[in-house]
Write a protein that binds this ligand. Structure first.
Ligand code: GLN
Ligand code: ZN
Length: 761
């Protein structure tokens, strides 16, 4: 029996499984504990479960081919034969060839590196970057899309297969040969035409092209390319309908073109797409096209505000637009289900909707959208009550404190150039001072100690005793190596955000709310539930203890407000700016406490600062930098001129925002650079970058030990671009992932290299 109501769609569903089943199966396969057959069987089961759940929830447009062993962009590349030679040369199965592209291969059949991995637009998910070589023959060779469609069909479910759209795939590919990207445009178009024809031949009713690249700034050329691609691919009308699915923003640059092309459905994001409603208002929406209105948030975990959503739907209906209610993007960016959250009480859980619960929301909303008297409907009333403002998340003293912050609190005095002079005198460090980014190898014993404490198997005293022993070892170790500025090693930390979140008021932690970050890696972001404040000193005891063991300078180690926010699920009832500022004040308390307790150098890590930079350049300042950079300054502005503030960023890809980084007003910044071409250093010079810098001099991502000569060479290059009074010598970040022997050998070589160069200055 068909239920009444508006039709519903899901743009994509999490594939990793309720309890990360896919991750574990893949890891077993990598360790050769299960066969390829067993792995494919698990995958099949997962797909079946996910389709059936959506079907039972009453979703009309269910996606297929959103399953992936590793990544959807990689799947699309593989389907279209965009496979570099080095993988084709491997004599392995198709599955292993695919996995070799994703994560490299080292074994009896060869030794090849993986393709690069990059952040997927403004999410924490990472996609695999396909490489197009001069010899690459782009054409449809795979069958995954049709195989999965048929699999669903056998279960009695007519799905809409999804594939990365031609424009987005083209934009994400790396062209590694002599030929230009443009030389391949026709091949791309032909391959997609074949995909479309094959869907038509098989009798598929709807095909979904995902085109998130359309929400980025587009040039006139980009627009023309997009129009050309789709005019060619859509060609003569076929009976297989085409849905153009966009997400992560609005399509302001191509909206007028999109509505003119012969798409049967257009998926627009009403959550992150600030201008989506305005575009429809201004340019209209074609009567014979279906609007897939992305109104259920695919990125955040809060329940949908029914009244607001229904108002939007009403407006669309008034305009006579045929509407299907959909998610703002794939649900892969939210955790799977609330069912396994046993520790959080309903007081909290009532406010959340993960992927499974969002299916219920879609269904309820679709019914409410066509129900004559929603005011009487229990579902509507319950939801309205939830949003009526009873959530216990306010902390008056936090609000008051924030209101009292003045412009002056955002500025540290005196000016940095003056501070740098004072600090040189205060610390009397050698030129090219050596240091590390904070963590030291998290060996098995360190993890076991933390986990035993969490499980209540050992007392707090035992836990602390062990860590103190480790800190002492770490300090002696660094002294022996001859480093100038020491760290305590971060043995007490599981994760740089979770550790601080747990010590701050206003954060909640889930048990099983995993979200895929890449391949088999999942993260469990905390939830910012309420106003944030520091409950008590967090790192002070560890740092003070570490400093007491040595005459060298011990660097305090904190995570900054922007990173804490970016790696959490943010609130929706207050602005990001307000949340970030609250976190900044909490971290500021910690900074001041460290200083008051004799810590003279404090590093405030902003590992993820670059991550949430808006997709459109025009939004960079107003939507992000204008408050994130001041938030960082607020954490540090209260210290004495002699106290040295360091910050650290992962990746050196910040060429385009160098003035903003300098404006953080840190005294020193270290960043991950050893695998980059160091182009950033030229840009720093061009921009008169004032902050002292420590670009990573060696790559820590492999157990390989860099030689003294190698590091010397790297430092020499750096000295051609950076003033000798402004350069620090340190490795890249992430020593916690390394073993002890290679860390020791590498750091020794690094110190040696610094000494050699120093002697010649
Ligand atoms: N201080 C942290 C560490 O060294 C920084 C981590 C990071 O850069 N992501 O582990
Ligand atoms: Zn880093």
């Amino acid at each position: 029996m068909r239920r009444a109501g508006m039709k519903t769609a899901v743009a994509g569903y999490p594939r990793i499984g309720t309890l990360r089943e896919l991750k574990f199966a893949l890891e077993k396969y990598f360790r050769k504990e299960i066969s390829a057959d067993e792995l494919t069987q698990t995958a099949k089961e997962l797909r079946k479960t996910h389709w059936l759940i959506q079907k039972e929830a009453g979703i009309d447009y269910i996606t297929s081919n959103d399953f992936s062993y590793y990544d959807i962009v990689l799947d699309t590349a593989f389907l279209l034969n965009i496979i570099s030679e080095r993988y084709n040369e491997l004599e392995v199965s198709e599955l292993d060839k695919y996995l070799a592209m994703a994560r490299g291969y080292q074994g009896e059949n060869g030794d090849v590196k993986a393709l690069a991995m990059k952040k997927w637009f403004n999410t924490n998910y990472h996609y695999i970057v396909p490489e197009v070589e001069d010899s690459t023959q782009i054409r449809l060779t795979g069958n995954k899309l049709w195989a999965e469609y048929a699999e669903a069909k056998e279960l009695g479910i007519e799905t809409k297969p999804v594939i990365t759209g031609v424009y987005t795939l083209f934009k994400l590919c790396r062209f590694t040969g002599k030929k230009k990207a443009d030389d391949f445009i026709n091949a791309f178009i032909e391959a997609y035409k074949d995909v479309y024809s094959k869907c038509e031949a098989v009798g598929i009713q709807w095909l979904q092209f995902d085109e998130p690249a359309l929400v980025q700034d587009m040039t006139e050329e980009d627009r023309e390319l997009f129009v050309k691609m789709y005019s060619d691919i859509l060609g003569k009308k076929k009976s297989c309908k085409v849905l153009l699915q966009t997400y992560f923003g609005d399509v302001r640059d191509v909206y007028e073109d999109i509505v003119k092309l012969s798409f049967d459905g257009i998926g627009l994001d009403f959550i992150e797409g600030k201008k989506t409603a305005e575009l429809i208002e201004k340019y209209g929406f074609p009567k014979d096209t279906i609007l897939f209105a992305g109104l259920v948030n695919g990125k955040n975990i809060w329940k949908n505000h029914y009244e607001k959503t229904l108002n939007v739907l009403k407006k669309l209906e008034d305009k006579g637009i045929q509407t299907v209610l959909s998610t703002s993007c794939s649900l892969q960016h939210v955790p799977y289900t609330l069912k396994h959250e046993n520790k959080l009480s309903d007081e909290y859980l009532n406010y959340f909707a993960f992927a499974e619960e969002k299916l219920v929301e879609l269904k309820e909303l679709s019914v409410l959208a066509e129900c004559g008297n929603i005011e009487e409907d229990e579902r509507f009333k319950t939801n309205r009550k939830l949003f009526a403002g009873t959530r216990k998340c306010d902390n008056e003293s936090v609000k008051k404190r924030l209101a009292e912050v003045t412009e002056a609190d955002y500025r540290r005095l005196p000016a940095r150039s003056e501070r740098q002079q004072l600090q040189k005198k205060e610390f009397a460090l050698p030129k090219l001072p050596t240091t590390t980014i904070g963590s030291f190898p998290q060996t098995k014993d360190v993890k076991a100690n933390r986990s035993a404490f969490r499980k209540g198997e050992i007392s707090e005293e035992q836990y602390v005793e062990f860590n103190k022993k480790k800190i002492e070892e770490c300090v002696r170790w660094q002294e022996k190596i001859g480093l100038d500025v020491l760290v305590h090693g971060e043995y007490e930390r599981n994760d740089m955000v979770e550790y601080f979140g747990e010590a701050l008021g206003g954060f909640l932690f889930t048990e099983k709310a995993w979200v895929q970050s890449y391949g088999t890696r999942c993260v469990k972001p905390p939830v910012i539930w309420g106003d944030v404040y520091r409950k008590k000193p967090i790192t002070v005891e560890w740092s003070v203890y570490a400093q007491s063991l040595t005459d060298k300078i011990m660097k305090g180690m904190l995570t900054g407000p922007v990173t804490i926010l970016n790696w959490s699920f943010p609130r929706e009832d207050i602005t990001i700016k307000e949340s970030i500022s609250q976190i900044a004040l909490a971290i500021r308390d910690e900074v001041l406490d460290l200083e008051a307790n004799g810590i003279k150098i404090i590093q405030i890590d902003e590992a993820a600062l670059r991550e949430k930079l808006p997709l459109r350049k025009s939004d960079w300042n107003t939507e992000y930098l204008d408050f994130s950079i001041p938030a960082f300054r607020l954490t540090a502005s209260g210290v004495k001129p002699e106290t040295q503030i360091h910050t650290h960023m992962c990746y050196s890809e910040f060429t385009d925002i160098i003035p903003a980084i300098d404006d953080m007003d840190a005294d020193v910044i270290t960043f991950e650079a050893s695998r980059s071409d160091l182009q950033i250093l030229d840009s720093l010079r061009e921009n008169n970058f004032e902050t002292e810098v420590g670009p990573g001099v060696y790559d820590i991502h492999s157990p390989r030990i860099p030689s003294v000569e190698e590091i010397t060479r790297a430092i020499k290059i750096m000295l051609t671009k950076i003033d000798k009074d402004k350069l620090w010598v340190n490795p890249d970040c992430g020593l916690k992932t390394r073993g002890v022997p290679e860390t020791e050998a590498s750091l020794k070589n690094m110190v040696k290299a610094a000494e050699i160069i120093r002697a010649g200055l």
